[in-house]
Design a protein around this ligand. Structure first.
Ligand SMILES: C[S@@+](CC[C@H](N)C(=O)[O-])C[C@H]1O[C@@H](n2cnc3c(N)ncnc32)[C@H](O)[C@@H]1O
Length: 288
């Protein structure tokens, strides 16, 4: 972080990281904050009000990163931060449908502009497609069993109905994590097309960053982390041709240098203070 730098927080949330970036880049640092959720933007706007014109906030999906940076004079940027997934504000909001611990409509959209809700998926998708979502995005071992149950009892309109249906399936013993955890994660990822957005934003981050600028990504589950890890590994390599090819035919050149080979993880104290950080992994790379 350097004074006067231009930084992009692609997942603004309540603005905690954004504020830390503004402090670390003082004086003269500028921040572009993006969030798909207009409610998050309002919270962050109040928190960052004291920073005046140093802050630009945009309600959009980070999959449009390059266009957003261009429109707001943030090309090239000195840093791009992505703190993936959903915020505590969203999880604890009884109207949003992200938590199986609260009773609310099955929504799960990050923003009201999106059309597909979790209720649309559970009530209209074919059983096999629901099973595939639970398997691919939730790594749920019981994906077919749960999908069969959903298809048998739908329509389902609330989070408690869905969580209750899963809890009562045979073999679902409450363990370290609630039996509905993976289903809720999978539906949220599908509703918000999170994996597609992540793939798209990573490619654009390279185009947006100045040489020496850094990309930092915090992920919370293995699917996200795998995408980030593979992307950074590939972009920190030169030629990607198979070893048996004598002369490079791909023309690929490295665009990144890994800052940390192993992801940074929270300390025990941090996990104690903020239990939701327990699965966080931070990977960072520098544009070369
Ligand atoms: C973990 S929270 C970020 C918390 C933030 N770092 C803070 O300090 O408060 C993730 C935020 O990213 C937003 N988000 C997730 N995916 C997004 C996407 N594809 N485009 C824009 N915002 C997204 C969510 O709406 C949520 O507010």
């Amino acid at each position: 972080m350097r004074p006067g730098g231009r930084y992009v927080d692609g997942t603004l949330g309540a603005g905690g990281h954004a504020e830390a970036i503004l402090k670390a880049s003082f004086p003269g640092g500028r921040l572009l904050g993006i969030d798909a959720d207009p409610k998050a933007l309002e919270v962050a706007r109040q928190r960052l009000a004291g920073y005046g014109p140093a802050v630009t906030l945009v309600n959009d999906n980070f999959r449009h990163l390059e266009d957003i940076c261009r429109s707001h004079g943030f090309l090239p940027a000195d840093g791009v931060l992505l703190d993936l997934g959903l915020s505590s504000l969203q999880l604890d909001d009884a109207e949003r449908g992200f938590s199986f611990r609260l009773d609310s409509p099955l929504d799960m959209r990050f923003g009201p502009g999106q059309t597909t809700t979790a209720a649309d998926i559970v009530n209209t998708y074919p059983e096999q497609d629901i099973a595939a979502i639970l398997r691919d995005y939730g790594e749920e071992r019981h994906s077919r069993l749960i999908a069969r149950r959903i298809a048998a009892i739908r329509p389902i309109s609330t989070t408690r109905e869905l969580a209750g249906a899963i809890e009562h399936l045979p073999g679902m013993v409450p363990g370290r994590i609630h039996p509905a955890t993976r289903t809720f994660q999978a539906l949220r990822i599908a509703v918000n097309r999170e994996m597609d957005s992540l793939q798209e934003v990573l490619v654009q981050a390279i185009r947006v960053l100045a040489v020496g600028g850094r990309l930092a990504v915090i992920s919370y589950h293995s699917l996200e982390d795998r995408i980030v890890k593979q992307f950074m590994a590939q972009e920190s390599r030169g030629c990607l041709c198979p070893p048996e090819v004598p002369v490079c035919a791909c023309g690929h050149t490295s665009a990144l240098r890994l800052v940390n080979r192993k992801p940074a993880t929270p300390s025990e104290t941090e996990v104690r203070d903020n239990p939701r950080s327990r699965s966080a992994k931070l990977r960072a790379a520098e544009r070369i």
